[in-house]
Design a protein around this ligand. Sequence first.
Ligand SMILES: *Cc1c(COP(=O)(O)O)cnc(C)c1O
Length: 229
Amino acid sequence: MVTRWQTAYEQVQTAAQTHHTVPVRLLAVSKTHPAAAVHTLAQAGQHEFGENYVQEAVEKITTLSGKRYDGKALVWHFIGHIQRNKTKTIAAYFDWVHSVDSLLIAERLSRQRGEHGIATPLNVCIQLNIDDETSKSGCQPEELPELVRAISQLPNLRLRGLMIIPAKDSTSAFSRTRQLFDAVQDQHANPTDWDTLSMGMSADMTTAIAAGATIVRVGTAIFGQRPAK
Ligand SMILES: *Cc1c(COP(=O)(O)O)cnc(C)c1O
């Protein structure tokens, strides 16, 4: 697992140097894998982890809370579908949420982050349903300008950018997302916060980085196949 992680890490660095001036972050998607696996990777140097299922994630976060790796705490990203009744827990435990797709969810996260008394804002991305698939969450492109305007004004959130999960056969999703990302920046209340494109997974991370991804979310290439649920 650590060897696979090192390979993925090097691929990300190489692609980032080829295509970018900004650093690209590798998010290790640890869903279905135990806290012990997270701990092992953290000791090897991976600090950011992505989770899809709230209850499973909270158990791992609690198990590893207070631990420092190379002097740093772990950074937890929620990347799964958000049910309304889970926002309170998400606001308490996570540092990032990639999958915000409505103003209602964003307002709840902001209010509940405040109620928990957490001083640092929750970093959020808006999930965009870039290929208009009924099976996927995410807002529609035409909703984006208004969502950026409204969510960027919420007090306990920091709106960082966009997240997508393209359709299987989609070839242009990355570049279309990049164009939308650039087009809506002037709607943002603090445009310098708008710095994140969360796109690319195990199968397509280099393509995504070439198109401008700043965070790639990688599970299988690091941990191996997930057990069937
Ligand atoms: C599971 C998951 C990933 C990781 O996918 P792999 O193909 O295993 O790299 C990335 N993003 C989201 C939203 C996921 O649910």
